[in-house]
Structures are given as structure tokens and as C-alpha cells.
Design a protein around this ligand. Structure first.
Ligand SMILES: [Fe+2]
Length: 240
């Protein structure tokens, strides 16, 4: 129930963030059950330059994320039980489901979450007082948290993700997962509710940074949407 509430909070937050001025401007945040759809990027592909170049964003969103969506739909379409499950349920039960479902449901959830964690200049906000205090309590300072997060991303062997989570006891923790797994999955070694995550697959940074993953991790702070992370923190605490 803890995980399901957290995932629902994510999509509620995404819908809120996208609050349209009119029906024509409605932002597509993606379907919650099959057939799944690619959510719109909440900003232009060049909005995160120079930390993330436009070509990386175009390929990452338009091809990689689209492929996770397409492959997930293909993986569930011939199975009535899987087709009836929400993305949240597919992620939560990933360890008992076929690898194609685990990998692509994870890929779809993780990327949908990730796009919301970044914003153009002037729209990034600051950590809420509650989040800033929780970071100080857990890590000593914002600087020490950022170092721990970068080390988690740099230390993740191969492809994967670095995460800031609210753990089952309500404390903040930094962790990482391989491939497209995430802390909401039943297979997670360190479970919790993600409030921030960074994609450390090479497809997220190779065009600008080549193999220098640590450089990408340190530059990423320039584009973090702290207002969104603060909302994620508040929702996770409430659901915990
Ligand atoms: Fe990615």
C-alpha cells in the first residue's frame, strides 16, 4: 500500500505540474494502464543546455523512452492479467513478472519520473525548508548529500540509476539500482519511495560527456527542479 500510494502521488503530481490553461494546451502525462503512451517532455529539448544537450534530450525522450513504452505494450498485450495491471502494479511486482515487463515497466516509470525532476532556468525553485532540514539530518549538509548522490551514481556498475529515497522508516537515504530497476520494486535491495533520481545510463550523457559519468553527475545539479523534488518529498512523507 505504501508503494502504491507513492506511485499514485507521482502521477497526481505530474498531472498537477502540467495543469493546462486550456484543453488545447493539455500536457500528455501518459496512460496509467496499457496501452501505455509516451508522456510529453514538460519543456523544450534545449531547455537544459548546457548541462544536457538538445540532441541527447531528443534521443533520450523520443527514442529510448518511446522504446520502453512500445516494448512494455508488446510485453503485456497478449496476457489479459498483465494488460489489466497499472504501471504502478507492474513496477511493484516486477520481481515476479517476465524480464521484459520488469525492464520496460521500470524504464517507463523511471523516465516519466526523471523528466519532471529537471526544469528550465528560472523554474527550478529551491528545496523546501522541510526537505532541506531532512537532508541536513540525514547527510550533514546539502554538499555532503550531493557528494553521496554523485558517488552512488558513479559507483553503479554498468547502467542504472542513483536515487534519493524516503525509506520505510521515513528517513532520507541515497541508493542506486541496476538497469531499469527502482526502489519501488519488490526486488529492490534498499526499498523506499524515490523523490529524486538520476539516470546514469550512457544514453543520458554520452554525446556531451563521453565516458565521463562523474562530470555529468556534477553538472546535473544545475538543472534540478527542486520545487518538484520538494513536492515529491512532501507526498512521500504523507504516504509513509
Ligand atoms: Fe534513460
Amino acid at each position: 500500500m505504501f508503494r502504491k500510494a507513492a506511485l499514485s502521488a507521482l502521477f497526481a503530481t505530474a498531472a498537477l505540474t502540467a495543469a493546462p490553461a486550456s484543453a488545447q494546451e493539455a500536457e500528455d502525462v501518459g496512460a496509467t494502464t496499457a496501452p501505455f503512451t509516451l508522456p510529453d517532455l514538460p519543456y523544450a529539448t534545449d531547455a537544459l543546455v548546457p548541462a544536457i544537450d538538445a540532441e541527447t534530450m531528443e534521443i533520450h525522450h523520443g527514442r529510448h523512452h518511446q522504446a520502453y513504452v512500445d516494448n512494455l505494450n508488446e510485453a503485456v498485450e497478449t496476457d489479459d492479467a498483465l494488460s489489466a495491471m497499472t504501471l504502478e502494479e507492474l513496477v511493484a511486482g516486477a520481481g515476479t513478472l517476465p524480464d521484459a515487463v520488469r525492464n520496460n515497466a521500470g524504464g517507463h516509470w523511471n523516465h516519466s519520473f526523471f523528466w519532471q525532476l529537471m526544469a528550465p532556468e528560472g523554474e527550478r525553485g529551491e528545496a523546501s525548508p522541510e526537505l532541506a532540514e531532512a537532508i541536513d539530518t540525514a547527510f550533514g549538509s546539502m554538499e555532503e548529500f550531493q557528494t553521496a548522490f554523485e558517488e552512488a551514481g558513479a559507483g553503479q556498475f554498468g547502467s542504472g540509476w542513483a536515487w534519493l529515497i524516503v525509506d520505510p522508516d521515513g528517513n532520507l537515504a541515497v541508493t542506486s539500482t541496476p538497469n531499469q530497476d527502482n526502489p519501488l520494486m519488490d526486488v529492490a535491495e534498499e526499498p523506499g519511495t524515490p523523490i529524486m533520481g538520476n539516470d546514469v545510463w550512457e544514453h543520458a550523457y554520452y554525446i556531451t560527456y563521453r565516458n565521463a559519468r562523474p562530470d555529468y553527475l556534477s553538472a546535473w545539479w544545475d538543472v534540478v527542479n527542486w520545487e518538484q523534488v520538494s513536492q515529491n518529498y512532501a507526498a512521500a512523507v504523507e504516504a509513509n
